[in-house]
Design a binder for this molecule. Structure first.
Ligand code: DP6
Length: 333
């Protein structure tokens, strides 16, 4: 490929939900996580991103959901493109256009699918043909959770120990069709969250009295979750996912000032899920850095739970999703 031939490459990547949460960094510059994490890639939530490097441009531009993106986001994308320019023969700026099919910034992991799609589209547009591991390492530098969104199904992110981040990448544990489970995403608020993950993590690591315990107890959560997934043990997987979620939020609340990502409906839904379990209907919740409650259910129970949770007063809508596929190139012209 001739790097400056202005070819347009479009990639799609899917969002993911962490079953064992990432929160905290061991290196901010390279965006190296302080803990490993395990996620499920989501079929229904995706980002489609097109990239064209054009020698005629005077800066990188980002169009997000059809509108010029805020400067802060454009700069984040531009810094990411600098990494690709550093690794390729391309020096030109790029036009980037990105479309999410779900609300941006409300704790639905838009940065995960966004930087996974961008890593794939931009590296290919720059003439690089990176391996899955190399793409994961690249995407991680845009957003930690993006390293996982390159892969479908159940995915593990290694925290790594090397200083240069060469061992901080994600890889699949099991494919999307490994297990018939569903995630019901209960949207309780469509607005952007107040404090993003990056800032929240920074505050937590520097002020929480529990931070070292969070880091120290992470390896055992990883081992147990990996085992639960491989043996398709829904109860173990759900209990571990709920525990990791509560541990992460407990940690974030113990920062100074404490980070509370929940609203009233979030708490009500957590209790409702536990009430269903008491009555013999098994489901488990997990929550990221936002107020949405994501409910893990078996395929055969999905219709029942969707109907029940839709009735809840604070639930605006529910996105029901199965496990999703690898990120992929959809256009290269
Ligand atoms: C709560 O990947 O958004 O969703 O690396 O700073 O971009 P940065 O953070 P980000 O954090 C995700 C946090 C989380 C848990 C998770 O997805 O593991």
């Amino acid at each position: 490929m001739i790097p400056d031939s202005k070819n347009k490459v479009t990639a799609i990547a899917h969002a993911n939900i962490a079953l064992v949460k990432y929160w905290g960094k061991r290196d901010e510059k390279l965006n190296l996580p302080a803990v490993g994490s395990i996620s499920l890639t989501l079929q229904e939530l995706s980002t489609e991103t097109s990239v064209i490097f054009d020698p005629g441009l005077e800066k990188d531009t980002l169009v997000l959901n059809g509108q010029a993106a805020p400067t802060r986001q454009e700069q984040r994308v531009s810094r990411f493109l600098d990494l690709i320019r550093g690794e390729s023969n391309v020096g030109a700026y790029a036009n980037v256009s990105s479309q999410n099919n779900f609300p941006t910034g409300a704790g639905l992991a838009s940065s995960a699918s966004a930087f996974a799609a961008l890593a794939l589209a931009a590296s290919r547009a720059a003439g690089l043909n990176l391996s899955g591991r190399e793409l994961s390492i690249l995407a991680r530098q845009g957003s930690g959770s993006a390293a996982r969104s390159l892969f479908g199904g159940f995915v593990e992110m290694h925290k790594g120990i090397s200083e240069n981040g060469s061992d901080a990448y994600a890889e699949p544990i099991a494919p999307a069709d490994h297990w018939g489970i569903r995630l019901l995403i209960c949207i309780t608020e469509e607005r952007e969250k107040a404090i993003g993950s990056t800032e929240g993590m920074k505050r937590t690591a520097s002020t929480s009295p529990y931070y070292n315990e969070w880091v120290d107890t992470s390896p055992q959560d990883m081992v147990a979750m990996r085992q639960a997934i491989l043996s398709r043990d829904f109860t173990a997987m759900g209990e571990l996912a709920e525990a990791s979620c509560l541990k992460m939020h407990g940690l974030a609340m113990s920062a100074w000032p404490g980070l509370v990502y929940w609203n009233g409906t979030t708490v009500e839904l957590m209790q409702a899920v536990r009430e269903f379990r008491k009555k013999g209907k098994e489901a488990y919740f997990t929550i990221d850095a936002g107020p949405q409650v994501k409910v893990l259910v078996r395929d055969e129970d999905a219709a029942f739970f969707q109907k029940e949770l839709e009735k809840w007063p604070g639930v605006k809508r529910i996105i029901s999703t199965t496990p999703g596929p690898d990120a992929q190139i959809v256009e290269n012209i």
